[in-house]
Design a binder for this molecule. Structure first.
Ligand code: OMP
Length: 274
């Protein structure tokens, strides 16, 4: 999916919500546990209930890989279901990959050829040759970790060099020589608040994937105040806050209510940039 198609979806649906499919078998409601593939059935119900309120889905690979082959089958079925039934939704494989060039090429083949997913989260730590193999695919996106939502983001990402440039700024500045605004986004945690001002100084036009609203306590209003741009430039993710809104048999309806509430707030923010 290219940037224009993503932006068209955002404005037509009045939403820049990404629903995180962090599906933990230990949190799947009891009513599904005797099914043959409870993870897929849970995802399918969540997708059907929330699709009208969001523009993207982000399955996090950790939640599938931890179940071995069975988990990967649930992942593959989820991707296939999305592509067949909701082809306009942007799909993010949250796998945080990145390795020496020939290994990154294999990761790229996995997610962009075998699964044919729109985008992949990538860790920048190993530098240019670990990232560029992901950028050779027309219509596919690298989503590079820049300033993450967790406490540990302070350990390295905020450290400045002798010229005062912080590591997350260096990542964003240098990586702009590898990809562009049409094939590269950055991850910036919603918990970073006013730091979005600093992000927009180095990446004024790039799309940002913003996890951390909901369970991690980030503020959508604050993210928008400092981070929104003319064509929106934001995909805001919530996982647990939506998919585990209820642990009962009404889990899908409860997820829809949470997703709709976020979509309504997003519509207000989009109205401000019209
Ligand atoms: O790359 C990510 O998506 C990510 C980056 C980051 O800085 N913080 C972060 O929480 N994430 C992911 O975003 C999701 C957040 O989930 P919730 O906190 O349940 O909404 C998880 O899948 C995390 O792995």
């Amino acid at each position: 999916m290219n940037r224009k198609q993503l932006v068209d979806q955002i404005f037509s649906k009045q939403s820049f919500l990404c629903v995180g499919l962090d599906t933990d078998i230990k949190k799947v409601p009891e009513c599904l546990l005797n099914n043959e593939d409870p993870i897929f059935d849970f995802n399918k119900a969540i997708i059907d209930a929330t699709a009208q309120y969001c523009v993207a889905y982000k399955p996090n690979l950790a939640f599938y890989e931890c179940m071995g082959v069975k988990g990967m089958i649930s992942f593959e079925r989820t991707i296939k279901y999305l592509k067949e039934n909701y082809p306009d939704h942007f799909i993010i494989a949250d796998a945080k990959r990145g390795d020496i060039g020939n290994t990154s090429s294999m990761y790229a083949r996995t997610f962009f050829e075998e699964y044919d997913i729109d985008s992949l989260t990538v860790a920048p730590y190993m530098g240019e040759d670990s990232v560029t193999p992901f950028l050779n695919y027309e219509g596919k996106w690298v989503i590079l970790l820049a300033l993450t939502s967790n406490k540990g983001s302070h350990d390295f990402q905020l450290t400045a060099d002798q010229d005062g440039e912080r590591l997350f700024e260096k990542v964003i500045r240098k990586s702009q020589a590898w990809g562009d605004e049409q094939n590269m986004m950055y991850v910036v945690g919603a918990t970073q608040g006013s730091m979005f001002q600093d992000i927009r100084k180095v990446a004024p036009n790039h799309f940002l994937l913003v996890p951390g609203v909901g369970a991690q306590g980030g503020s959508l209003q604050e993210v928008c105040k400092y981070g929104i741009i003319k064509d929106c430039g934001l995909l805001v993710n919530s996982s647990r806050g939506i998919i585990y809104a209820s642990s009962g048999s009404d889990f899908a309806e409860a997820a829809a209510i949470k997703a709709e509430a976020l979509q309504k707030e997003m519509a207000i923010e989009l109205n401000k940039i019209k």
